[in-house]
Design a protein around this ligand. Structure first.
Ligand code: NAD
Length: 355
């Protein structure tokens, strides 16, 4: 397979961790006989310093041309004083998501058995398992509705629009993901209050009957879901939800695994094109020291292989190599060890070579 990957490493630890993910992808290409071309571009504060724009046209065009995008992280104190519209997080991230049509955000969250101590949850709760996937709608709902103040500034309104096609396309993503996992979808909403949630329920129920009747489907109010995530996370396989609920629940789900340096994400379009990135930020406090954990970036590369290119065996090999490296004692500073970013990359690659 021949593919081009736009690599936008960004700021802070972005370049350090992304280069390890690229090394892993190079090893995968060698091992499985693929040709990956890496088109490296500036984004975020680094792009602002060079071109006065956190998302130069050349970067956006390169991302549109590529078969997939691998992102590090953007932002940092140096650019915090920029106008909000020009800041890395808004100008670069939100524009990329909108321009690339990335409506589906996938965030897997699981506890690695050898890192159970890192979770803030009690061991008896973790005994029930924690291996879930949040499928969040990313380009609709309240974040993309109207946001208005009244003329006197004493009242305000935000609207939360959703349409049947928007719900159908994200539900299909969740169903497809559940089919490859444990076959269980929990659709999270607030159907006792919100009209959009009732539309979600009707649409998801109908689509389930028409297209995925073999999957187990449950509906849950968002307040209950927030509670169940810390009470009995093992009951979840795939969580399907709208934009704002997904924003909140996916952060909760990732935090209960205990280690931000281990969590990847994928933002996808219907045709599988996607942008793949760790859930963490640019970690300016440790940038440049070579101690950041690159595993979230490496696992984002695994999501790229699986969802972006349909290379399940290759993705499985990367996940397995990460798991074996952790079991063999790999620990970067955030997980209580002393391995450098490069040593962590080396450890995964050496496991990959021996699989
Ligand atoms: P952060 O995720 O960058 O860091 C939070 C804490 O986690 C820090 O102590 C950091 O050292 C640690 N950490 C994060 N990733 C790590 C890794 N791979 N290995 C070891 N430790 C790691 O969040 P923050 O400090 O709130 O934000 C820093 C900057 O990143 C801000 O400018 C923020 O806007 C930006 N940000 C960007 C993204 C993105 O690019 N997608 C996401 C979140 C935050």
């Amino acid at each position: 397979m021949e593919k081009t990957i736009a690599v936008i490493a960004g700021d802070g630890i972005g370049p350090e961790i992304t280069s390890e993910a690229v090394r892993v992808l190079e090893e995968v290409a060698d091992r499985f006989g693929h040709v990956f071309t890496f088109d490296e571009r500036l984004v975020g504060g680094a792009a602002y310093d060079a071109h006065g724009d956190c998302l130069p046209d050349s970067t956006l065009e390169a991302c549109k041309r590529a078969d997939a995008v691998l992102l590090g992280a953007v932002g940092g104190p140096k650019w915090d004083s920029l106008h909000p519209e020009k800041r890395p997080e808004r100008r670069a991230l939100l524009t990329l998501r909108r321009e690339l049509g990335l409506f589906a955000n996938l965030r897997p969250a699981k506890v690695w058995p050898c890192l159970r101590d890192a979770s803030p949850l009690k061991p008896e709760i973790l005994d029930g398992g924690l291996d879930l996937l949040v499928v969040r709608e990313l380009t609709g709902g309240v974040y993309f509705g109207r946001h208005e103040f009244s003329a006197d500034g004493r009242s305000a309104v935000d609207t939360m629009p959703y349409s049947v096609p928007e719900i159908e396309r994200i539900a299909r993503v969740a169903f497809a993901a559940a089919e490859k996992r444990r076959g269980k979808v929990v659709c999270v909403d607030k159907a006792n209050v919100l009209a959009t949630s009732r539309l979600w329920r009707e649409t998801v129920k109908r689509l389930h009957a028409e297209e995925a009747p073999g999957l187990e489907l449950e509906f849950m109010y968002v307040d209950n879901a927030a509670m169940q995530l810390v009470r009995a996370p093992g009951r979840f396989d795939v969580i399907l939800t709208e934009n704002m609920f997904g924003d909140i629940l996916s952060d909760e789900a990732s935090q209960i695994t205990g280690s931000i340096g281990l969590l990847p994400s994928a933002s996808l379009r219907a045709d599988g094109f996607g942008m793949f990135e760790p859930i963490h930020g640019s970690a300016p406090d440790i940038a440049g020291r070579g101690i950041a954990n690159p595993l979230a970036a490496i696992l984002s590369a695994s999501l790229l292989l699986r969802h972006g290119f349909g290379l399940a065996a290759e993705a499985e090999a990367v996940d397995r190599a990460v798991s074996l490296a952790l079991e063999a004692g790999l620990r970067t500073a955030d997980t209580g060890g002393g391995a450098s970013t490069r040593e962590a990359g080396d450890a995964v690659i050496s496991k990959l070579k021996r699989l």
